[in-house]
Design a protein around this ligand. Structure first.
Ligand code: ADP
Ligand code: ZN
Length: 212
């Protein structure tokens, strides 16, 4: 299964990607995680991306398209993958199509703007391994430490209110048009994000025609 997860920031894409990844036995490729790793490691890509991310703007297409193509060319992607956070502009979607990658389905995870603001304010992630948490919806079983690796849980620099508002704006302006692009190709399916994580997971499975 070659799958794209679309949706506004904080829709729960990362969490659903992780669940689907285990269910389907394929890797998640998250451009957000790749970019934050690059920033943490101080690579050239990280230095270029940092300013855009902290302002809630998109990183330029050519940078992101480059890292995704490189990742998709690796052997383990042949059996399938989940793209989380890519494509995010019509130009990125077109670049993906042009690279010859055949996508099976594009799942749009829909959440209202009001819900996004509430979710992002409670969002945390492991400083060491990047596993996502939410203080209310997905607390760590290890308290204030990561249940996977024991790392420290932190709030992302771009989850502050001003940046969040800009990210929502950017989503509607630049990313939402992609839905139409894939709808025309007959690939688009929609799931509505629910208050409870397990309910969202069920909606996602239903939309994809998987067993819950
Ligand atoms: P969210 O979906 O919650 O906004 P992500 O981790 O997917 O979080 O992305 C965080 C930031 O990384 C984005 O606001 C953007 O600046 C950058 N980014 C991630 N993926 C892309 C992409 N495909 N194109 C451009 N910028 C991206
Ligand atoms: Zn961790």
């Amino acid at each position: 299964m070659k799958l794209i997860l679309l949706g506004p920031p904080g829709a729960g894409k990362g969490t659903q990607a992780e669940i689907l990844s285990q269910k389907l036995g394929i890797d998640t490729i998250s451009t957000g995680v790749m970019l934050r790793t690059a920033i943490r490691e101080g690579t050239e890509l990280g230095l270029k991306a940092q300013g855009y991310i902290n302002a809630g703007e998109l990183v330029p297409d050519e940078l992101v398209v480059g890292i995704v193509k490189e990742r998709l060319s690796q052997d383990d992607c042949k059996k399938g993958f989940i793209l989380d956070g890519f494509p995010r502009t019509t130009a990125q979607a077109e670049a993906l199509t042009a690279s010859g990658v055949e996508i099976d389905k594009v799942l749009s995870l829909e959440v209202s703007d009001e819900a996004i603001i509430e979710r992002l304010s409670g969002r945390r992630e492991c400083k060491a391994c990047g596993t996502p948490y939410h203080v209310v919806y997905k607390p760590s079983s290890a308290g204030d430490k990561c249940s996977v690796c024991g790392g420290e849980l932190i709030q992302r620099a771009d989850d502050n209110e001003a940046t969040v508002k800009n990210r929502i704006h950017v989503y509607h302006e630049q990313t939402e048009p992609i839905k139409e692009y894939y709808k025309e190709k007959g690939k688009l399916v929609i799931a509505y994000g629910q208050e409870e994580l397990a309910d969202t997971t069920r909606e996602v499975a239903k939309a994809l025609g998987l067993e819950a």
